[in-house]
Write a protein that binds this ligand. Sequence first.
Ligand code: ATP
Ligand code: MG
Length: 328
Amino acid sequence: MKERLLTGDRVTGKLHLGHYVGSLKNRVELQDSYDSFFMLADVHALTTHYKQPETLKAHVNQVTLDYLSVGIDPEQSTIFIQSLIPEIAELTAYFSMFVTVNSLKHNPTIKAEASEKGYSDLYYGFLGYPISQTADIAFCKATVVPVGEDQLPHMEQSRKIMRRFNQLYAPVFNEPKAIVGDCARLIGLDGDSKMSKSKGNTIDLDSTKQEVYDQIKKAKTDPARIRRSDPGHPDICPIYTYHNVFRKEESGSIYEGCQKGMLGCVECKAMIAASINTLLEPMHERRDTYLQRSNYTKEIVQAGTERAQLIAKETMEEVREALMINYF
Ligand code: ATP
Ligand code: MG
């Protein structure tokens, strides 16, 4: 029996390069070794997008296509919709009984995202995100969770919640471990510390060649470098970070050329745009193939959701027994 892997994405927009290097690449590499579950997180999307429910359906379809385009194989992996597994909401309720508000408020990712969004008061669902994420992992008893760096505090909290459940009631859950990708946090085109769907600073996986060139052209670079001959500071340049991630073998010479004022930003940007386009090309080909099969994404998500529903029912039997609420 293969161990189970679970991870997911909020259906708040298209997936981007940050997702690829932070988590998607790992998922594709691990899908042969683990029984993999990929969750289209529509409930998590509502924690911040509760006023835009009309966006969810299109994004479910979009993210599914993004999954397929990077090489997630729907024949061996399970792609499912979070809200169609009511046991996740049920587990969230049971876990909520023994998680304190302070432990949630002190979660560094919750803190950072709340301050970015300018929340003066916290929405209950937003604050409870780490509990709901624990339920996502728990319903299918996943032991491995590929995520980006922003999810590590949540993962730590998930392990604690499961440990506590096991101590309080019965040993139902295995503590899951996080697996972080090659680049735990890819910087945004605007120089923000995280490329993120909601910040509009992304290169999306379905971007055309021209879009990639245009976006890279507009991206922030070292602000101190005005003339080509000025010595650059690659350490603070987002474009250099991309070289380090996407053209790692040649990044040493880029560093030197930039620092010595021998390599201009225009040329440096053209090189990275070309490498990103090479990376995206096979993704576009796969996407086109899947797009030609009408209704295909819907069918695989439906089948995946049905499979996840069966597993959720099995886990809930154990949970109800542990909580002594298996009445009949
Ligand atoms: P949103 O802005 O709507 O929260 P997001 O871009 O943060 O969107 P999520 O759906 O919240 O995307 O994250 C999905 C997964 O991708 C998580 O595991 C997260 O850690 C990872 N991830 C997202 N952005 C990056 C990034 N820039 N670098 C590395 N990993 C990332
Ligand atoms: Mg996020």
